[in-house]
Design a protein around this ligand. Structure first.
Ligand code: PLP
Length: 404
């Protein structure tokens, strides 16, 4: 998963180009920047790489989600249907524009269950936000059909799936807009950064303005720009964009390595009785950043996670007990703790939706472990890791069979 593992000469070169000019800001200073425009260049390369008409860089993936929602006209009182399994940022972003997150069940794809989405639609539903978790993709045909049928916006949170595709299209380019995160642990990184990608000129233009205090960016003098809309500062810096540019150029090789390691680990685990794997809607488009698998029971899954860690096999995530990725442990949500008061309607509805039980999601997440792939393993190391994992998992399953 993490591009930070292969930080090197390419990133240093791009950052140095910026340091040579001393112009760390992406806008303005045309006369002195010696034609160095890393953010613009990265946006162009994102469009080419993912075959999308427009890209707007932002300061983070969270800022990208907020900006995309604003640009898509999602706001006060609108309901946004999203999955119970995500990173808490997707939920934060919905609240940030005054909208209401409506959490619904996932299925064995670890992404939105289309039937659960359809059941959650009300007269207030404005958008559906699939989250392409752990490097793989949501069931986009089904979700798109639901959105088309009910005239809903489809916003893809592709923050964890840069480079994944679904039936030949890059994730993030299938809905009305998509977002990437380039934070430090994502598939590629800028240190901190994000992007909105879209084929809509109008949505792109609004993202461009919203992320820079509403500047219309029509002229060369920032001070003379008009501000047709309210906006905020979610700009990326040239230094961050420079790192991202080098990383994006390596994405192809990162994906190749991840998929190779993924296949080695899969080979080691695939024949273990009692282990099954996450469903992947389009296996050819998987990034291989994680391999996610299910154990027969919650007890076995939790014990496996503990035993893997105790035996030095790092990078295995038991999300069910994780404080950030699965709704069960979002204590701020359950206790209704906000620093600033939410609008009363928003607060009531958020509390209503979020104190709800999710037995179908629990039944899946409680048995799931996701194992992350490193870019640094040799073939031998990957195989040894897979064999070690297999031995530990088999032992845990056997022990439970004896005690059961
Ligand atoms: C990382 C992440 C984000 C937010 O990205 P940041 O750049 O860290 O703000 C949003 N959604 C998902 C699913 C993520 O994994």
């Amino acid at each position: 998963m993490p591009g930070y593992e292969l930080f090197g000469a390419e990133e240093r070169k791009e950052v140095n180009d910026v340091l040579e000019t001393g112009i760390l800001m992406r806008y303005g200073f045309d006369a002195v920047r010696k034609d160095v425009w890393k953010a613009k260049e990265l946006e162009e390369e994102i469009c080419k790489t993912f075959d999308v008409a427009h890209a707007q860089l932002l300061s983070s993936g969270t800022a990208a989600l907020t900006t995309a929602m604003a640009a898509l006209g999602i706001g006060a009182g609108d309901e946004v249907i999203m999955p119970t399994f995500t990173f808490v940022a997707s939920f934060e972003a919905v609240l940030s524009v005054g909208a209401i997150p409506v959490m619904v069940d996932i299925d064995e794809t670890l992404t939105l269950n289309p039937a659960a989405v359809e059941n959650a639609i009300t007269s207030k539903t404005k958008a559906v936000m699939p989250v392409h978790m752990c490097g793989s993709m949501a069931q986009m045909d089904e979700l798109k059909a639901i959105c088309d049928k009910h005239s809903l916006i489809l916003l893809e949170d592709a923050c964890q799936a840069i480079g994944a595709s679904y039936k030949g299209k890059s994730v993030g380019t299938i809905g009305n807009a998509g977002t990437f995160s380039f934070d430090f642990v994502k598939i590629i990184t800028c240190a901190e950064g994000g992007a909105v990608i879209t084929n809509s000129q109008e949505v792109y233009k609004k993202c461009d303005e919203y992320s820079d205090h509403g500047h219309d960016h029509m002229g060369k003098d920032r001070g003379a720009d008009l501000h047709p809309y309210l906006g905020y500062n979610y700009r990326i810096s040239e230094l961050h964009a420079a790192v991202g540019l080098a990383q994006l150029r390596k994405l192809g090789s990162f994906l190749k390595t991840q998929k190779h390691n993924h296949d080695i680990i899969y080979d080691c685990l695939k024949n273990i009785e009692g282990v099954s794997f996450r469903q992947i809607p389009d296996p050819a488009g998987n990034t291989g950043s994680f391999i996610s698998f299910f154990l027969p029971t919650e007890d076995i899954a939790r014990t496996c996670a503990t035993e893997l860690a105790a035996n030095g096999v790092a990078g295995n995530f038991y999300w069910y007990d994780n404080n950030w990725h699965y709704i069960r442990k979002w204590q701020h949500l359950q206790s209704g703790s906000w620093m600033h008061r939410l609008h009363e309607d928003q607060k009531l509805q958020v509390m209503h939706y979020t104190n709800q039980a999710f037995p179908a999601s629990d039944a899946i997440m409680s048995r799931c472990i996701s194992s992350s792939m490193s870019l640094l393993w040799t073939e031998t190391q990957a195989r040894e890791r897979g064999q070690k994992m297999a031995a530990i998992i088999k032992q845990v399953i056997a022990n439970h069979a004896v005690t059961a």
